[in-house]
Structures are given as structure tokens and as C-alpha cells.
Design a protein around this ligand. Structure first.
Ligand SMILES: C[C@H](O)[C@H](O)[C@@H](O)C(=O)CO
Ligand SMILES: [Mn+2]
Length: 421
């Protein structure tokens, strides 16, 4: 039996299995393929960027490991992203940070960044037919050295970061206009105190004022959508984070912004899957930073764990996909970076597929009837349903390597390209 015949046989058995639960797999495959996943550029170079690639990564985040071959230039990074994307099925976008500007060797301050510094990225995205998302970079810079940016007490420093965010928003609008799909611009700042502060109020008031200044100019939502990202703590800011969950939830609900939920930005027993339906009635939509915290916001590569599946199920069960922008946020420097993208991004889509292969209406009926016994039995049954056969068929249909067949191609690229750097 050929590999193709084996996959087809598995798929036919799976079709038979799922049809008994009233699920039309072909319909599911169309839907899952259309969900855009925004792949983050910063997995490719450990969040170094091109402004000061040898400088220290600050802002209380860390990419640990020294696997060889990281991208050092925009050309290398785009080539690596091309390689990763060629091995990942479904609709993709790319999420850029401001530190990935191309300035032709000229020093351009972050508050002076312009669309022209991103034309290569836009041309590249156009050629690929994908959208771009964006982030001001409020870290790894002398002006963020003491851990404060948009909430800084010194107006000169705070205004610098406000100008940087305004410049970033304009760059994002340019992406949206050029590419015909709105860019999601996400605002995350590291601001906080290592030790217990006396004044928790003033930095938050300053952050509120900064955000209001940044968003003062209306931008067509066809070009740009703003999102705000909270965090519980960062390294060196363990006691107090200015942009906490309550702060940004309040801001997003009252100022009509997307709320960004990063899976690693809450207390270890809190999960963002439970937050989706809690915040959706109050915000225009969500940006997700799908990540994997291991004891802290470690940004490990996303695996197909319970929480990833729970996130996907919440989006599908609640009908929230249209109002949710799925972004990834992990950076592991201890393994092949292209493999990290492939594993994490494939897992996100696989989790969406599993979620769509669930008899949700039937489960909801059981729940409403109070038949919790059957609800549990069906949920357990679904854990061993033949979704792997559907996934294999989906990959084959999209001319993608099935299973771990992509590893050979990544190893070849590592040998011929990454290890030559
Ligand atoms: C580099 C990212 O923007 C950053 O990881 C941010 O989104 C974050 O999650 C910080 O912990
Ligand atoms: Mn994040």
C-alpha cells in the first residue's frame, strides 16, 4: 500500500466515524484552512531585531538557548520564514515588531520610524498574499533602561515612547492599506517595579494618558486595529506591573480596543481559555498571544496540550473566530528556530481542527438537559476520535509533508543554510 493509499483509507474510516456524530469533514477542512494564524517574526532571531542585534533583550523577557543559525538580517529572516511557511498548512499572516525595520544601515530612532522602513516587508507580504500585523517595540532600548516607557514619570522619556507608538500605528495602517487586510497593532509595555511601590496610581494614570494620546487620531479600521496586552509580572518587575489585566480590560472595554490575552501573562493556575467568553461581551474582539508558560512566562513552543485545545474549543464553541485574531508568541533559542515555528503553528491549527471535529451542538443539548453523565462520556470519547487521520489527509491535500516528514527538509536547510551563517 502506498503512503497516499494509507492516508486515504484512514480518511475514509474517519469520515465514517465522524458522520455518525453528524460532522461533515469536508466542510470542517474548508473552515479550518481559512482561519488566519499570525506567525510572529521574533521566533526567528530570539527577539533581537535589526536595530541593535547584539544588544541585550530587556523588558523582563528572555530567549534562552544558543542554537546555531539564527537570522541576522531581514533577508535571512524572510528566507527562514519562507521556509517555515512552506511547511505549514492554512492561511497565515506575519506579525512584525518595530525593531525589524530596515533602515539601510542608517540610525533611525524609533520615534522616527516610517512606512518606508518596512517597504521590503510589505512587498514580500504582497508577493506571498498574506497580511501583516505590528507591534511598537518598547524594550531593548536606552530609553527603557529603568523599566518604564509609556508610564514614565519623566515626560521627555514618556513622550518619546508615545511618539514611537504613534509612528508604529501609522506604519501598521500603511500595511493594512497596501495589503487590503487590517493590521492588528499590539501595545505591550514592560513597565513595572521590582519591589513593592508606594504609588501604584500615578504610573497607571500616566499610561492612561499616553494611550489616549496614541489613539487620538482616528484610523480607519479597514487598515488598523489596536490591541492592548496585559501582563502579571516580568523579570525585574515582579511586584507591580502598570499594565495589569484589570487596567487593560478597563481600557479595552471603554475605548473600543481589542484585548490581547497572552497565555503566559496570568497567574500559573489561570487559563486564558476561561477568559474568552468572559470578556467577549464587552470588547470588540480579541487578539490572542498563544504561548506556553512553563512555571513563568517562559514562552516555550506551543504544544498540543490541554490548554491549547481548550483555547481552540472556546473559539469554536462560542462562535468567536470572526472576532478573534490568533497570534503566536513564543521564542525558543534552544532548538532549530524554523522547526519551532512549524511545530507551534501546526499545533495551533491542529487544535482548531480537533475543536471543529466535535459534536458541539449535541454536547450543549446534553448539558442543557442536565445529562452530565453523557456529556462526560462523549467528551472522553472525542479524545480518542480519529482526528489524526483527518489531519494527515488535510496535509496531503495541501501538498504538505505529512507527520514528521518536514524534519528532513528542515535538517537539509539547517545544514545548507543555517550552519553556513
Ligand atoms: C515580543 C513580544 O511582543 C512580547 O513577547 C510581548 O507580547 C509579551 O508577551 C511580553 O511578555
Ligand atoms: Mn505576548
Amino acid at each position: 500500500m502506498t503512503e497516499q493509499e494509507r492516508i486515504m483509507q484512514g480518511y475514509e474510516l474517519a469520515q465514517n466515524y465522524y458522520s455518525k456524530w453528524g460532522i461533515d469533514i469536508e466542510d470542517v477542512l474548508k473552515k479550518v484552512d481559512e482561519v488566519a494564524i499570525s506567525m510572529h517574526c521574533w521566533q526567528g532571531d530570539d527577539v533581537s531585531g535589526f536595530e541593535n542585534p547584539d544588544g541585550q533583550l530587556t523588558g523582563g523577557i528572555q530567549a534562552t538557548g544558543n542554537y546555531p543559525g539564527k537570522a541576522r538580517t531581514a533577508q535571512e529572516l524572510r528566507a527562514d520564514i519562507d521556509k517555515a511557511m512552506s511547511l505549514i498548512p492554512g492561511k497565515l499572516r506575519l506579525n512584525l515588531h518595530a525593531i525589524y525595520a530596515e533602515t539601510n544601515g542608517q540610525k533611525v530612532e524609533r520615534d522616527e520610524l516610517k512606512p518606508e522602513h518596512f517597504t521590503n516587508w510589505v512587498n514580500w507580504a504582497k508577493a506571498k498574499g498574506i497580511g501583516l500585523d505590528f507591534n511598537p517595540s518598547c524594550f531593548s532600548h536606552p530609553m527603557s533602561e529603568d523599566g518604564f516607557t509609556l508610564s514614565h514619570a519623566n515626560d521627555e522619556i514618556r513622550n518619546f515612547w508615545i511618539r514611537h507608538c504613534i509612528a508604529s500605528r501609522k506604519i501598521a495602517a500603511y500595511f493594512g492599506k497596501e495589503l487590503g487586510t487590517p493590521a492588528v497593532t499590539n501595545y505591550w509595555i514592560p513597565d513595572g517595579y521590582k519591589d513593592i511601590p508606594v504609588d501604584r496610581k500615578a504610573p497607571r494614570e500616566r499610561l492612561l494618558d499616553s494611550l489616549n494620546q496614541i489613539f487620538e487620531e482616528p484610523i480607519d479600521e479597514a487598515y488598523n486595529l489596536d490591541a492592548v496586552e496585559s501582563k502579571v509580572f516580568g523579570i525585574g518587575a515582579e511586584a507591580y506591573t502598570v499594565g495589569s489585566n484589570e487596567f487593560y480590560m478597563g481600557y479595552a472595554t471603554t475605548h473600543h480596543k481589542l484585548l490581547c490575552l497572552d497565555a503566559g501573562h496570568f497567574h500559573p493556575t489561570e487559563v486564558i481559555s476561561d477568559k474568552v467568553s468572559a470578556v467577549m461581551p464587552f470588547v470588540p474582539g480579541l487578539l490572542l498571544h498563544v504561548s506556553r508558560p512553563v512555571r513563568w512566562d517562559s514562552d516555550h513552543v506551543v504544544i498540543l496540550d490541554d490548554e491549547l485545545q481548550a483555547i481552540a474549543k472556546e473559539l469554536v464553541r462560542g462562535g468567536y473566530l470572526e472576532r478573534t485574531h490568533i497570534g503566536l508568541d513564543f521564542f525558543d533559542a534552544s532548538i532549530n528556530r524554523i522547526a519551532a515555528w512549524i511545530i507551534g503553528t501546526r499545533n495551533m491549527r491542529k487544535a482548531l481542527l480537533i475543536a471543529m471535529l466535535e459534536p458541539t451542538d449535541y454536547l450543549k443539548e446534553l448539558e442543557l438537559k442536565g445529562d452530565y453523565t453523557s456529556r462526560l462520556a462523549v467528551l472522553e470519547e472525542m479524545k480518542t476520535a480519529p482526528f489524526a487521520a483527518v489531519w494527515e489527509y488535510y496535509l496531503m491535500k495541501n501538498q504538505m509533508p505529512v507527520g514528521t516528514d518536514w524534519i528532513d527538509e528542515v535538517k537539509r536547510y539547517e545544514k545548507e543554510v543555517l550552519l553556513q551563517r
